[in-house]
Design a protein around this ligand. Structure first.
Ligand SMILES: [Ca+2]
Ligand SMILES: [Ca+2]
Length: 285
């Protein structure tokens, strides 16, 4: 019996027939070499990432401001599922129903973009619904993580992040292969545009993975499934959760400067390497 490896399926010509008879009369194994066929088995399909976004186009160029994230992850070979809502700035996931929750739970990973209107994801029992998603989830909008919203950290403070990321533990898998400077810090942000992180240095029952080198504010944090985010939160998640501060703060155009979009990709190659490591970390859970 020959089995194909489902996680690494072969391609090209295969021919198998069954033989029912005595061993001595069994036909010899017949191998045919077909030219022009792929020499290697097809690569295993990469994970499906469900991208949750408001699809705001604050730059008014006719494209979602966080499109570069989709392109970046697609280039890495991921299947990125990015569903449009009725209009720019009115995301598909703004309202939930049973089918949408099923889709969230069926993905390999959910990423909630910085391209957000946080209040629209906290109506009614939406906090419970989002925290109940079993799939690992990365959130890039601190606005959504606040104690007034999904209750991941015990503050509503959302300060701007700096340019230098300080790993809490340099040996953590988030930093494997990532370039650091002589102080062990990572130049993670590509430009001077504003973005926000968590206005706390600790995250209750979660773990801070990286902090802002300038002031110690939490930049990347992880909460395991089933653990109250912080004492008194009254909320836990049904799958692992990571906050990763990235994606620009929107700024209106001025006479001298163009508009900055909401949740534009603002990571350097080093920052992207950390992001991909964190993504791998969650996909292995
Ligand atoms: Ca845009
Ligand atoms: Ca809503």
């Amino acid at each position: 019996m020959i089995r194909d490896d489902k996680s690494n399926p072969s391609t090209g010509i295969r021919c198998v027939f069954s033989y029912n008879g005595s061993a001595t009369a069994a036909p010899l194994l017949h191998v045919e070499i077909a030219t022009g066929q792929p020499a290697e088995p097809a690569a295993a399909p990469k994970a499906t990432i469900l991208w949750v976004s408001e699809a705001c186009d604050d730059t008014k160029d006719g494209a979602r401001d966080d499109q570069a994230w989709i392109d970046f992850l697609t280039e890495q070979g991921y299947n990125v599922d990015y569903r449009m809502g009725p209009a720019f700035g009115n995301g598909f996931w703004r309202t939930l129903d049973a089918a949408k929750i099923e889709a969230l739970n069926a993905a390999d990973l959910v990423i909630v973009s910085r391209n957000m209107n946080s209040g629209e994801y906290n109506n009614g029992n939406e906090r419970d619904q989002w925290n109940s998603v079993k799939t690992p989830l990365i959130l890039m909008s601190p606005h959504v993580a606040r104690s007034s919203h999904w209750k991941w950290y015990n503050s509503t403070s959302i300060p701007n992040g700096g340019r230098l990321m300080q790993p809490v533990n340099a040996k953590h898998a988030a930093f494997t292969g990532v370039t650091v400077d002589e102080k062990g810090q990572i130049a993670a942000i590509a430009d001077a545009r504003q973005f926000q992180i968590l206005g706390v240095q600790t995250v209750g029952n979660g773990t801070v993975i990286a902090k802002d080198a300038a002031n110690g504010n939490a930049w990347i944090a992880l909460w395991p499934a089933g653990v109250e985010f912080y004492a008194g939160a009254g909320q836990s998640a049904s799958g692992p959760r990571v906050f990763f501060g990235a994606g620009t703060q929107e700024v209106a155009a001025t006479a001298t400067a163009p508009a900055v979009g909401r949740g534009e990709l603002n990571l350097t190659d080093s920052g992207k390497a950390v992001f991909l490591n964190v993504l791998d970390l969650l996909l292995q859970q």
